[in-house]
Design a protein around this ligand. Structure first.
Ligand code: 4NP
Length: 150
């Protein structure tokens, strides 16, 4: 079993989308072996809430249902549960690194290994921002699947 946790700030825009898109891409590729995929936020403002309607909508447009997810905050335990803890941007990575220094366990990394490194926070953007986030997450998910297969 390979387990992956995607992390952003609120766990309502980017990481729920990454959870849904990565799961879909992995299922479609016939990824060998069981996968546990989850997402969380470094912040607590939206705990218990469903994903942002703009993320639900962009996912639905691409045939993916993320509407039943519920936001949660990253915990120290996560570092002892997940094999991969992947941050959506350098600020969230810095937060995760501080947590990991206390808790031990899995070292967090950036989700994107491309030069832009960040899936930008779309919270204050319009629908265009969410489509851009979707494309970055889809490309990042394919690259991640490739890394996991090697
Ligand atoms: P996310 O987006 O980190 O991709 O879920 C955000 C959601 C909410 C806030 C910031 C970013 N917020 O400040 O409430």
């Amino acid at each position: 079993m390979t387990s992956i946790l995607f992390v952003c700030l609120g766990n309502i825009c980017r990481s729920p989308l990454a959870e849904g898109v990565f799961r879909a891409v992995a299922d479609k590729s016939g990824h060998g072996g069981p996968l546990r995929v989850d997402s969380a936020g470094t912040g607590a403002w939206h705990v218990g809430n469903p994903p942002d309607p703009r993320s639900v909508e962009v996912a639905a447009r691409h045939g993916i249902d993320i509407s039943r997810q519920k936001a949660r905050q990253v915990t120290d335990d996560d570092f002892h549960v997940f094999d991969h803890i992947l941050a959506m941007d350098p600020d969230n990575l810095a937060h995760l690194k501080r947590m990991q220094a206390r808790s031990g366990g899995t070292l967090p990394r950036l989700f994107l290994e491309t030069p832009d490194r960040a899936v930008p926070d779309p919270y204050y953007d319009g629908a265009d921002g969410f489509e851009q986030v979707y494309r970055l997450i889809e490309a990042g998910s394919l690259a991640l699947l490739d890394r996991l297969a090697r």
